[in-house]
Design a protein around this ligand. Structure first.
Ligand code: FE2
Length: 424
């Protein structure tokens, strides 16, 4: 007797009419015409069943703080950092926890069940670290939260950042972060990359660095990150986040850089909503888009995930935990409009970030954890086009969120009564 049987689903790889059986929180059967009984049986009605969404890059300590204490006037990364600095002294643990939990509710409702969040370690009190460690435990039954120790004000530029980062890791923060482009000089940026990679190697941890989040084509810390990844044997455990300077780099240099990244096993994380908003602010026209070279990196063999980065905070007014919105923007900014490219955009918010985070037993195979989302769409490109309704969100085989199908009634003479979004 199965716990759950989902009948007649379409999978992201195109298989249709598939039945999925769940027992003890795991997928135990995946085939058409499954002969089985279950405690709960649901008709998938041919809709798209995907592994749950994964966000490879987020800031849960600043989320939902938009307007506190004021709004970012210039719209730049640097004013955002200054604004966050103004807010930090007035943060309380209760408010941090409350906002983070509220965001996790939004995430679950949108089928987002795993998030890698950076947490600022530059406050000597480590208030945000303690708050998010608490939240990580609170949400564990329904959401995997992975934390990155992030020296927002610079590892070498901020007085106690290195010590605080080590304290955060001692407290149980999972991943080593960094921000080399915000250090005082290029040399100090490179030195911070070396120190952080060595720290991660010593502790057996992953690395995810904010790297070259700038329009400066000479911001090349990704090269140093690839070097130390290779030197220290960290292949497959390191990600460079943002990498926006690659947008502005010389093509010849990039033709050397991308194979170096692939050889070193460094992954890239682009944040399309934030990159298109924060970058290019010093340009007149033409204005650069700022996002890193996504299709070119993929073609070079570098895994690329899309992250949400910010939701309603000092850097960004918008967002809602909707990874299809993120994929939608990524697809547009990168002009990834081919069928295969659109599927890569879907992978960039599901399977690719799952690999970058090192999530165990993620996916749609027998034996995988039954962390799933049923979407009101026929295939991944349609899911992105419609930012499809999350009909059901399933965690460990149990329904944790449901949203009614999006259907509109029409009151037009001589027209059908309902809209079918899928025949547009
Ligand atoms: Fe970020």
């Amino acid at each position: 007797m199965l716990d759950l049987l989902l009948r007649n689903c379409t999978l992201p790889d195109g298989r249709s009419g598939v039945d999925l059986g769940v027992e003890d929180g795991r997928i135990v059967a995946l085939q058409p015409g499954l002969q089985a009984q279950a405690g709960q049986e649901i008709d998938g009605a041919g809709q798209l069943l995907s592994p749950a969404f994964v966000d490879a890059h987020f800031h849960m300590d600043s989320t939902l703080s938009y307007g506190l204490p004021r709004v970012n006037q210039s719209g730049t990364l640097l004013e955002g950092i200054a604004l966050w600095g103004e807010l930090k002294p007035s943060l309380t643990q209760e408010a941090l926890v409350e906002r983070a939990l509220a965001y996790c509710d939004w995430a679950v409702a949108k089928g987002l069940l795993a998030i890698r969040s950076h947490v600022d370690v530059c406050d000597d009190r480590l208030l945000a670290v303690e708050a998010l460690l608490h939240v990580r435990e609170r949400v564990k039954p329904y959401l995997d939260l992975q934390l990155v120790a992030f020296p927002q004000d610079g590892l070498l530029r901020s007085a106690h950042a290195l010590r605080n980062l080590q304290r955060a890791l001692d407290l149980g923060v999972d991943v080593v972060g960094g921000i080399p482009h915000f250090e005082r000089t290029m040399e100090q940026g490179a030195e911070s990359v070396r120190l952080l990679c060595e720290l991660a190697a010593e502790r057996g941890l992953r690395v995810d660095m904010h790297c070259d989040e700038s329009d400066d084509p000479l911001s090349r810390h990704i090269e140093t990150l690839a070097l130390h990844t290779h030197r220290l044997g960290l292949q497959g455990r390191v990600a460079g986040s943002h990498l926006t300077s690659m947008h502005s780099m010389d093509n010849y240099y990039v033709s050397k850089l991308m194979p170096l990244m692939a050889e070193s096993g460094v992954a890239a994380i682009a944040n399309p909503l934030i990159n298109i908003t924060l970058q290019g602010r010093h340009d007149s026209y033409p204005k650069r888009r700022g996002m890193t070279r996504v299709p070119e990196l993929l073609a070079a063999g570098v895994p690329v995930a899309f992250g949400q980065d910010c939701v309603m905070d000092p850097w960004y007014f918008g967002g809602s935990g909707d990874m299809l919105e993120v994929a939608h923007m990524g697809l547009h900014v990168a002009q990834m409009t081919g069928q295969a490219a659109m599927r890569q955009c879907f992978d960039a918010v599901t399977t690719t970030p799952a690999r970058i985070l090192g999530l165990e037993d993620y996916g749609l195979d027998v034996g995988c954890r039954a962390d799933l989302v049923l979407l009101q769409a026929g295939d991944p490109p349609e899911a992105i086009r419609l930012r499809a309704t999350r009909l059901l969100v399933i965690r460990g085989g149990k329904i944790v969120a449901a949203t009614p199908a999006a259907n509109a009634r029409l009151y037009l003479p001589g027209r059908p009564a309902a809209v079918d979004w899928r025949r547009a």
